[in-house]
Ligand binder design. Structure first.
Ligand code: GLU
Length: 301
């Protein structure tokens, strides 16, 4: 019998601030899925957007993960050191005509609701953005382990999206696809705010001839006013001094049966790996249209 394929999950925070409950939920969910399958769990710091980053945030995030006992495998990778890989993928897409230079500004695209289908540039820019040409009628579908069957018409709902921004920075969509493939990631577990990015990533995987990992998008945690907790908003960082209280809350958010008589982080994690049931995680398909990354990349395109 062939050996079962290795399961490899990852947590890929952007160092925009300390970890809050929503990001820790993604860390815990992806860690549990990987560990339960006897697989590996990798850490990747997505530091490709310096204007949004906070000095010391990556170190702070890593300290928090350690306090919560979420141990990773292998070296931590930093996207800021991986430009050559992104350039290589971009060059391939440019060479086949799947990607193109675009001089349109955000204002140029106002009339089409920010969706790019053809260039309407008013001024020629010294540093154009590079976009992916999304074919007409492009329908991407996938089955999410939590949210079920997902479909997106990428041409009409998203349009030609940015791969390298006009300010020269790499777009999240390209970098994440290149890295997930280079690191052999088989399971992507992350917040449902990224659900609407997944079809773009699958399209890029198809065009670059890369495998598509399995996906599980976790419910979003909302703040007291019903707003999504986001690293860039004023969400409170998790308190690493009281990990068991935080774990109990996150465990409940994952829809899991309570664990009793837990007195340490290690005990919690061992019991959690034993009893975690993905089918209990509630789906929360919110009508998220443009995740923060996408709005951001568009604004600088
Ligand atoms: N870096 C992204 C974030 O912090 C997550 C990317 C991903 O999990 O695909 O929101």
């Amino acid at each position: 019998m062939p050996a079962p394929a290795l399961v490899r999950g990852r947590f890929a925070p952007s160092p925009t601030g300390p970890l809050h409950a929503g990001s820790l939920l993604a860390a815990l969910g992806s860690w549990l899925l990987a560990r339960q399958a006897g697989g590996q769990w990798l850490l990747r710091i997505e530091d490709i957007d310096p204007p949004r980053e906070q000095a010391g945030a990556a170190e702070d995030q890593l300290r928090t993960l350690a306090c919560f006992g979420l141990a990773h495998d292998g070296p931590i990778s930093y996207q800021s050191q991986r430009s050559a890989l992104y350039q290589e993928a971009l060059d391939r897409l440019l060479a086949t005509g799947a990607a193109f230079e675009c001089h349109c500004s955000r204002t140029d695209l106002l009339a089409s609701g920010g969706i790019h289908r053809h260039c309407v540039k008013i001024a020629h820019r010294a540093n154009p953005a590079i976009r992916l040409r999304v074919p007409d009628g492009c329908l991407i579908t996938f089955d999410d382990a939590i949210c079920g069957h997902i479909e997106q018409r990428v041409d009409t709902e998203v349009g030609d999206f940015v791969l390298r921004r006009a300010d020269g920075l790499w777009a999240y969509q390209l970098a994440v696809v290149v890295d997930d493939a280079a690191q052999g990631i088989t399971e992507i577990v992350r917040g449902a705010d990224l659900l609407d990015s997944t079809p773009r990533q699958i399209l890029l995987q198809q065009l670059l001839g890369l495998p598509t990992p399995r996906h599980a998008h976790l419910p979003l945690l909302l703040d007291a006013d019903g707003r999504k907790l986001s690293k860039s908003s004023s969400a409170l960082p998790v308190d690493a001094r009281t990990p068991l209280t935080t774990f109990a809350r996150l465990w409940a958010c994952l829809g899991q049966q309570p664990l009793y008589a837990i007195t340490s982080v290690e005990e919690f994690l061992q019991a959690a790996v034993r009893s975690f049931a993905l089918e209990r995680v509630p789906a929360s398909v919110l009508p998220v249209h443009a995740a923060a990354h996408n709005a951001d990349s568009a604004s600088r395109a």
